[in-house]
Design a protein around this ligand. Structure first.
Ligand SMILES: [Zn+2]
Length: 270
């Protein structure tokens, strides 16, 4: 599932391709056809990312709300549009680019009020605009008052928006924090380290358009060239790069978390 760095990457990319142009919006598969008519032919303004959600704003105050979920996938083509491949839910056609979306969890046309309702349920998004200090204080307030494990709190989109299973695993490994530690047991210095590390990780993901947590030195290759699991330290790995112990998985918040139980034994860091 694309995490917050990727939605922000898409938002920038799609705004760059389509901003200021009327778009032809269709649904080759059919399921989005009725909604597509509400924005087709209207000038597109910009795409906004909030956590794992995307909002495509049009000049008639309507917007397309997309949540990719686990299976949603974009495919971009240079104009003219080729025949649709598979179940293309949404197709955006501009003068120079065509964008296809297959398999999203959500793809619908909404108004401003519905957007407010969706965003209102989300915690702060580290990559979105707004005061970083304020966002950090809001997340800290939720974490320090919850007895749930920090490994569950970070995946909870109402606590912090945009963190998924890969960022979660890589963040706890980098900080050597035990992901089972209760929110109430996290001290402020530890939270500060977690927040700073997370922001750094997410910004790097946005820059490269993919999550990269290893350094070029660790990888022995330029970061832009890394693919697949070579980009990670612990996610999907067999052996801990620090102690050579086996990497294990533990289920927290219904998702498997990769970790090294030997290295990640701390309840405080910093
Ligand atoms: Zn280890």
């Amino acid at each position: 599932m694309p995490e917050g760095h990727k939605t922000h990457f898409y938002a920038r990319e799609h705004t760059g391709w389509f901003s200021g142009q009327p778009l032809r919006v269709t649904s080759p598969q059919g399921r989005f056809r009725r909604d597509a008519r509400k924005v087709s032919g209207i000038v597109f303004d910009h795409c906004e990312a909030v956590g794992k959600h995307l909002f495509y704003h049009f000049e008639n105050d309507r917007m397309i709300h997309v949540h990719l979920g686990r299976y949603g996938k974009y495919r971009a083509h240079d104009a003219p549009p080729p025949p649709a491949v598979g179940l293309v839910r949404m197709r955006l056609v501009g003068p120079a680019k065509t964008l296809d979306l297959n398999g999203p969890t959500t793809c619908r046309v909404i108004d401003r009020q519905t957007r407010e309702e969706v965003v209102g349920k989300l915690g702060p998004d580290p990559l979105a605009g707004g005061s970083s200090a304020r966002k950090k204080a809001m997340v800290w307030e939720k974490i320090r008052s919850s007895k749930k494990p920090i490994g569950a709190l970070l995946l909870d989109q109402s606590v912090i928006a945009g963190v998924g299973n890969i960022f979660r695993a890589e963040l706890f490994f980098e900080t050597l924090l035990d992901p089972r530690t209760a929110g109430t047991a996290i001290d402020e210095v530890t939270f500060d380290v977690l927040w700073q590390s997370l922001i750094k990780m997410m910004r790097k993901g946005l820059k490269y358009g993919k999550i990269v947590t290893v350094t070029a030195k660790e990888a022995g290759a330029p970061l832009s060239k890394l693919e697949g699991r070579d980009r990670f330290r612990v996610y999907g790995k067999a052996t801990c790069p620090r102690c050579q112990h086996s990497i294990e998985t533990i289920e927290i918040a219904a998702r498997n978390l990769y970790w090294c139980p030997r290295c990640q034994a701390n309840t405080t860091v910093g």
